[in-house]
Design a protein around this ligand. Structure first.
Ligand code: NAP
Ligand code: GDD
Length: 337
């Protein structure tokens, strides 16, 4: 039986990866932060919380990481933990650097010292492309991060490739484009939209208040992306791979797809912060804009080229953005029923 450790096991990807590895027969361990009310709700939603072994864990604590690795003898180590909300990284840039950047080095240096056989996965991100230098973005596109989150992730990415090249470690980075699900955190734009629209469909009069509707993202389903993470660690040679759908969509169009899945008929009117959407079926205002949700620097366009992963790993995204918006909106609607 293979043994894996997942940092960030309580997060969206951690839950889906746990489920996937358990189905493959792995013994799954994961790191949980000590907080006043332990949050394993996603593992519970997938019905796997009793099948995983949880350990107190924080990426900012080197000795904690050392003991976990020394005591565990893991075959695979997936580093999914991060301060993952881009918006917060302007408020806590030093924390983002420590956890998302230096935290990766803490793990790698421990693995190098006491467990060099362990295969390592680093959660790199399309946010590293930032002000994009090429369209679509691939493994060879130059990085130009636009947030403290993105800058820290670039460090995490390069320290992983550096340890691979310096110490011959099996360490791979998945450069993952946005991936969502009904388990997505409520502050991310897709889930914020689907939760609020579901409430409106149940009778609420509160519109969703958003920021920049023109940003474009390459959105896929998280359940597909964790399979790609695993596939990377099964290769003879470690390498870096983009996982993406190859399709890009504005926030505005995501709203439309989610609203239509709930039998609304959004009509858009106005421009900039005066733009609104009204459900033509009911006359209710469903979208408003506020400057509060604009970012100090924006990533305008993300669209990934997943051809390397398709060819080498046999990986493809199976859910398109319209299906994804519908899946999330209907799950949120059903949760409220
Ligand atoms: P998520 O749902 O926000 O989960 C993040 C996880 O990290 C949570 O389990 C969180 O624990 C944990 N964590 C945060 N700070 C920590 C610390 N200091 N020490 C230990 N654990 C800590 O994020 P996700 O969507 O699953 O993303 C997983 C990873 O992929 C992240 O590294 C993210 O940056 C990266 N990524 C995500 C996407 C995407 O679109 N989802 C795309 C590219 C890359 P708590 O439950 O205690 O908060
Ligand atoms: N969160 C949020 N809330 N975003 C909004 C809003 C709003 O009210 N209105 C507009 N947006 C825009 C943001 O400005 C951004 O352009 C886009 O919606 C997506 O924002 P998020 O859903 O917060 O995701 P993200 O793209 O910044 O970051 C996610 O994807 C990255 C991969 O590219 C996160 O999962 C990161 O951890 C991940 O690395």
């Amino acid at each position: 039986m293979k043994k894996a450790f997942i940092t960030g096991i309580t997060g969206q990807d951690g839950a889906y990866l746990s489920q996937f590895l358990l189905e493959k027969g792995y013994e799954v361990h994961g790191g949980v932060r000590r907080i006043s009310q332990p949050e394993t709700v996603r593992l519970e939603q997938l019905g796997v919380e009793k099948d995983v072994h949880l350990h107190e864990f924080d990426l900012s604590e080197g000795n904690n990481i050392f003991r976990i690795i020394r005591d565990g003898e893991y075959d695979e180590f997936y580093n999914l933990a991060a301060q993952s909300f881009v918006g917060s990284s302007w408020d806590q840039p030093i924390y983002a650097a420590d956890v998302n950047g230096v935290g990766v080095a803490r793990i790698l240096d421990t693995l190098r010292t006491i467990s060099p056989h362990t295969r390592f996965y680093q959660a790199s991100t399309s946010e590293m492309y930032g002000l994009v230098q090429e369209v679509p973005q691939s493994e060879t596109t130059r990085f130009y991060p636009r947030s403290p989150y993105g800058v820290a992730k670039v460090y995490g990415h390069y320290i992983t490739t550096n340890y691979r090249e310096s110490f011959d470690m099996h360490a791979s980075c998945g450069i993952l484009f946005n991936h969502e699900s009904p388990l997505r955190g409520k502050e991310f734009v897709t889930r914020k939209i689907t939760m609020a629209l579901a409430k409106i469909a149940h009778g609420s009069d509160d519109p969703v208040v958003l920021g920049n509707l023109n940003a474009k993202r390459d959105w896929g389903f998280a359940g597909d992306y964790v399979k790609g993470m695993w596939a990377m660690l099964q290769q003879d040679q470690a390498d870096d791979y983009v996982l993406a759908t190859g399709e890009t969509t504005t926030i505005r169009d995501f709203v439309t797809f989610a609203a239509e899945a709930l039998d609304m008929k959004p009509e858009w009117d106005g421009e900039g912060i005066n733009e609104v959407a009204v459900d033509a079926n009911t006359g209710k205002r469903i979208i408003e804009i506020s400057e509060k949700f604009f970012r100090p620097a924006e990533v305008d366009l993300l669209i990934g080229d997943p051809s390397k992963a398709q060819k080498a790993l046999g990986w493809t995204a199976s859910v398109d953005v319209r299906e994804l918006a519908s899946m999330m909106a209907k799950a949120d609607y059903d949760n409220l029923s």
